[in-house]
Ligand binder design. Structure first.
Ligand SMILES: [Zn+2]
Length: 237
């Protein structure tokens, strides 16, 4: 597979110049599958995936000063300021496991964040992958989600229904719909996405690093579409 070849010795040794680190920016509205694809994509390419949600959790758990600052905003129900998010992100991508590149999931969210990130991407091969899913399918994917009250396992009414209705297969806990997944709130999230994040599509389009992916199909076929987009320019050398 091409994805394997990127990290593989055979391919690397056939090139005369040292390969630039690859930075994959995963974009798409809620329900497009960013979270589903980030981890397996990282495993396939041999680079870590970084989500802002994980960054918050790690920093809060390790009680870093950035984590404590973030926590004070989250507890007050306010957005964590860009400067705090960027400091967390930059500390993370300075780790040695990011030397060959990394995958960003959920960042940047705004053009301002993208501009702040740019100087850090100068010596990397950047690919911004936009996962396109029609709105009705996003609504179906998200409003059908159910979560277990006890263990947090996720189900979907249509795509991964529990064996017995309303009950977790693993722990028999009660299943419920999270507030974020209710149609009213989802519509607001989509509006915010359109207003804040869609300008990023234009931003990365102008830089000629944007790859549009039809992400309406099964996760498996979408995964291979994404991988092809990332692998192609490398294969051409
Ligand atoms: Zn459960």
């Amino acid at each position: 597979m091409l994805g394997m070849m990127i990290a593989g010795e055979t391919f690397a040794s056939s090139r005369s110049v040292v390969e630039k680190p690859i930075v994959v920016i995963l974009m798409g509205p809620p329900g497009a599958g960013k979270g589903t694809h980030a981890k397996p994509l990282g495993e396939q390419l041999g680079i870590p995936h970084i989500s802002t949600g994980d960054l918050f959790r790690e920093n809060i758990q390790n009680q870093t000063s950035l984590g404590q600052t973030a926590k004070s905003y989250i507890n007050a129900g306010r957005l964590v300021p860009d400067a705090v998010v960027l400091d967390m992100l930059f500390a993370r991508i300075d780790q040695p496991d990011c030397n060959q590149g990394y995958i960003l999931d959920g960042f940047p969210r705004t053009v301002a964040q993208a501009e702040a990130l740019d100087p850090r991407l100068k010596n990397s091969r950047v690919i911004a992958v936009n996962l396109n899913v029609p709105d009705p399918l996003l609504v179906e994917r998200i409003t059908g989600r159910l979560a277990c009250k006890e263990c947090g396992k996720l189900y979907h009414k249509k795509y991964s229904a529990p064996a017995s209705q309303g009950q977790c297969d693993l722990c028999q806990g009660t299943l419920f719909q999270r507030d974020d997944d209710k149609e009213e709130i989802l519509k607001k999230r989509l509006e915010v996405y359109r207003a804040q994040t869609e300008p990023l599509i234009e931003y990365y389009g102008k830089k000629d690093v944007l790859r549009e992916i039809n992400a309406a199909d099964s996760p498996d076929s979408v995964f291979h579409l994404v991988l092809d987009q990332i692998a192609e320019p490398v294969a051409r050398g």
